[in-house]
Design a protein around this ligand. Structure first.
Ligand code: SF4
Ligand code: SF4
Length: 223
């Protein structure tokens, strides 16, 4: 929007009231619950600070649906990892804790693929909330296991394992690949305009999974 500061917030709240139950709220980043929410202050309104916790309570309840974009918004992600100080959590956990029943579409990824975001928005606009898996992700993008569909599965089956990341061939299992525990279509969608994907040059670190990053750390050691 063209405005900024309090004018922008006023507009946001006005629109949310006017289109109650009809708009989709796009959320980026985890919600920091610590220190009364003061780790993330969105702005000021009527002389009071509005934290992300405040805005998620107000607008989350009014929204018809929520898009939690990125692993942090979906599951807490890196800010929620061991050692984090902010008490960060994802949207679904926040809603559960506050009794908010708004439908939530998780689009995890660190970062999420642009196709996953645009495709989910298009689905919401044309057909409503897409079919979701148990972790709230659209099955159309997150329904397939990476390992089961990996172009290097034949090499895994043949016991041909890469010894170093610069090896052009070989399965990355011994280098820490988390493909077997990860569900996403990166193996066929690829990244950078279909140029390559993580396994081509490194390993899958399971960035779309609810436990990321703690559950897939250390990244470069076998699970
Ligand atoms: S590179 Fe990873 S995803 Fe591909 S076959 Fe090996 S372990 Fe599975
Ligand atoms: S291949 Fe694995 S680490 Fe890479 S983007 Fe996909 S899910 Fe994330």
């Amino acid at each position: 929007m063209a405005s900024e500061g309090e004018t922008a917030l006023d507009n946001l709240y006005h629109i949310a009231e006017k289109y109650k139950g009809k708009f989709s709220l796009a959320v980026e980043g985890a919600i920091p619950m610590g220190a009364d929410g003061k780790y993330c202050i969105v702005g000021e309104r009527n002389g009071h600070e509005i934290t992300m916790v405040d805005i998620m309570k107000d607008l989350g309840e009014k929204a018809g649906s929520v898009l939690a974009i990125g692993t942090c918004a979906a599951y807490g992600g890196i800010p929620a990892a061991e050692g984090g100080e902010t008490g960060a959590i994802g949207v679904m956990e926040f809603f559960k804790a506050h009794g908010i029943k708004t439908a939530t579409v998780n689009i995890p990824g660190c970062p999420p693929h642009p196709d996953w975001i645009v495709g989910s928005i298009a689905h919401l606009l044309t057909k409503g909330v897409p079919e979701l898996d148990d972790d709230g992700r659209p099955t159309v993008f997150f329904g397939e296991n990476i390992h089961d569909n990996c172009p290097r599965l034949d090499q895994y089956d043949a016991g041909e394992l890469s010894e170093k990341l610069s090896d052009a061939k070989g399965c990355r299992m011994d280098l820490g690949c988390k493909g077997p525990e990860t569900y996403a279509d990166c193996y066929k969608r690829k990244w950078n305009s279909q140029m390559n994907w993580c396994v081509d040059n490194s390993v899958c670190i399971g960035c779309v999974e609810p436990g990321f990053p703690d559950a897939s750390s250390p990244f470069y050691e076998p699970a």
